[in-house]
Design a protein around this ligand. Structure first.
Ligand SMILES: [Zn+2]
Length: 142
């Protein structure tokens, strides 16, 4: 599939920090999601309502992940996108909670972002269901 790249469990990411360094760099909630595969409560992220043009970057390392042009309202309570910026994210199979899902993480620091589901809109048919706390939005100037 065009936008997906499986990352094995042995993957080494370009950005490497110790757990203590991540804890110091992130808010407790961002640490829980990005570094411990947590999930924020739906409807809690201010980025759900963000509709300006701009870039959603990784809150852990600043890697640009999604263009606002690929954002859409999925009604789930989590910021949702139909495609990432090419090469920005990696995926792996997640079999926790008795489900088989595809986990999505930052290709640069390995931070957990959310999951991707095959029920999104055109043109990809994919729904990147992201935790807002793992994203940092920068509006485009002008
Ligand atoms: Zn990152």
């Amino acid at each position: 599939m065009l936008f997906r790249r499986e990352t094995g469990p042995e993957a080494v990411f370009p950005v490497q920090r110790s757990e203590a360094e991540w804890r110091a760099a992130l808010s407790p909630e961002a640490f829980r999601v990005l570094r411990q595969h947590g999930t924020e409560r739906p409807g809690t992220s201010p980025l759900n309502a963000e509709k300006r043009p701009g870039i959603f970057a990784c809150a852990g390392c600043g890697n640009p992940l999604f263009d606002a042009a690929a954002k859409y309202e999925s009604g789930t309570g989590w910021p949702s996108f139909f495609a990432p910026i090419e090469g920005a994210v990696g995926t792996r199979t997640d079999r926790s909670f008795f489900m088989t899902r595809t986990e999505v993480h930052c290709a640069r620091c390995g931070g957990h972002l959310g999951h991707v589901f095959p029920d999104g809109p055109a043109p990809t048919g994919l729904r990147y269901c992201m935790n807002g706390v793992s994203l940092a939005f920068t509006p485009r100037e002008g």
